[in-house]
Ligand binder design. Structure first.
Ligand code: PEP
Length: 258
């Protein structure tokens, strides 16, 4: 059975000492859940100290980004190579990276390749804007983002990827609306269909797909109950350790006992 994944994306919040206090408190709130993998993506600075502090049975670490070259004269960048042994996952192609830092389809593809080259697992974010949704372009956008990002991978590599469907119109950064679970189901079904067309149904069954729009402890269950929804990528609500712990406990009630 696939392990469900609940990912906290702290974005540019929580400095090293706040991150450490959070982890200390959070550790006491959440037991080890066999079927739920809890992942925290802190700032780059906090990754190294947290890697020494977290209970690795309970929490895996992720980076929020990395650069696709392994080493070289790239001022200000951090490579996937540098993250080896510190994190298990790297978030790639988050909508804020695509929008504010102009990451295009090919950059995201190269980051996904670099992630695998360095033995790490990508959490690939894909999703459409509000304007694209209104224009009826959701499937085209998802198709283009997915096909390009996966284009250098073998079927074996695709099998292990995590895809976060992040409807940009439903995240807090962009004053998003609350997404109806049935709308999300349609896109998850489309993602599964696309992967099975390209890599076969066996691979599609193994890929983990997360809901990446805004959730809170009250709304998360509606998304986790969707078919082929294997977890959530959480922004704002993950900054409060109690809220995040509640979300994990909800996930356990729905998926953890399977
Ligand atoms: C996100 O940025 O992917 C996200 C889900 O953020 P928030 O939870 O803050 O809406």
């Amino acid at each position: 059975m696939k392990k469900n994944l609940i990912v906290a994306n702290w974005k540019m919040h929580l400095n090293v000492s706040s991150a450490s206090i959070y982890i200390n408190r959070f550790n006491k709130e959440v037991p080890v859940h066999r079927n739920i993998e809890v992942v925290i993506a802190p700032s780059f600075l906090a990754i190294q100290p947290l890697s020494l502090e977290v209970d690795h049975r309970k929490i895996k670490l992720a980076a929020q980004n990395a650069y696709f070259k392994d080493e070289g004269a790239f001022t200000g960048e951090v490579s996937f190579t540098m993250l080896r042994d510190l994190v298990k996952y790297v978030i790639i192609g988050h909508s804020e990276r695509r929008l504010y830092f102009h990451e295009d389809l090919e950059t995201v593809r190269d980051k996904v390749s670099a992630c695998y080259r360095n033995g790490l697992t990508p959490i690939l974010c894909i999703g459409e804007t509000k304007a694209e949704r209104i224009a009826g372009e959701t499937k085209r956008v998802i198709h283009d983002q997915l096909i390009t990002a996966l284009s250098n991978l073998t079927a074996e590599e695709v099998r292990g990827i995590v895809i976060a469907y992040e409807p940009i119109w439903a995240i807090s950064t962009f004053q998003g609306e609350v997404a109806k679970p049935q709308d999300i189901q349609r896109v998850i079904d489309f993602i599964v269909y696309q992967i099975s067309e390209l890599y076969g149904s066996k691979v599609a069954e193994e890929v983990r797909i997360l809901y990446g729009g805004s959730v809170n402890p009250d709304s998360v269950s509606g998304y986790l109950a969707l078919e082929n929804c294997d977890g959530a990528l959480i922004g704002g609500a993950s900054l409060n350790y109690l809220e995040f712990a509640k979300i994990i406990n909800k996930a356990y009630l729905i998926r953890g006992k399977e």
